[in-house]
Design a protein around this ligand. Sequence first.
Ligand SMILES: [Zn+2]
Length: 264
Amino acid sequence: MIVLRRYMNNNLRNFNYLIGCEESRQAIAVDPLGADEMLALAEEQGYEIKLILNTHEHHDHIDGNPRVQEVTGADIWAHKNAAERIPNVARGLVAGDVVELGTIRLTVLYTPGHTMAHLCLLSEDGGPDGQPVLFSGDTLFNACAGNCRNGGDPDTLYDTFVSQFQPLPDDTLMHPGHDYMKNNLSFALTREPGNDMIQYWLDQVSAFDADEMPVMTLGQERTYNPFLRLHQPLIRERLKDAFPALGDGDRDVFKALRTLRDQW
Ligand SMILES: [Zn+2]
């Protein structure tokens, strides 16, 4: 399995992905907003797009579907809760479904919170060194969690983080739906100013263009992403400035962080 990523040069900073099987030369297009870019990429790299997978129903993830489908004839699959909202969905996926194409095997994780129809895709061993690979859409970003402002719910997003992401191993490679890393790290630094890893990665990525952003592991995310560091005393202490009555539960901390990120 090979992952080809393209940055869409738009104000929403989308990442589009082709997941290719190097043996059959077949590929899955994940959220192909830039239809022509992804079609050209497939052709240039010698892949035939056989399937379109959407992580959720937002327009910046599905608007390229018709063009890719018109050219390739590929089916569109998405979570069953999105089937009514995404035109031409041929299969409504649920948690535990396995998407197979050539040697590619992706397990569907149901990950509501950003929207209630959001799925993530997990390959158990598709990384270059056999490590797991997660396509996290707009649920888990580098250094942040997705917002809940367009059909989502922060309580549900918290439950998704605990039930779906917490169990994943540190070496899991993560492919989010957007490049927000610099901005998110800047926010993270306001929450945890003494964290050297935040400053380190901020320095690293400051020099990079969006299409050069590193692919991070979940283990690395756990060193700087405040939404994966709910137990850090400094994060909790500083949240009390904005939320004096903040409870001790992880859920309260997660939701307070999400509220501050919305206002930031
Ligand atoms: Zn979205």
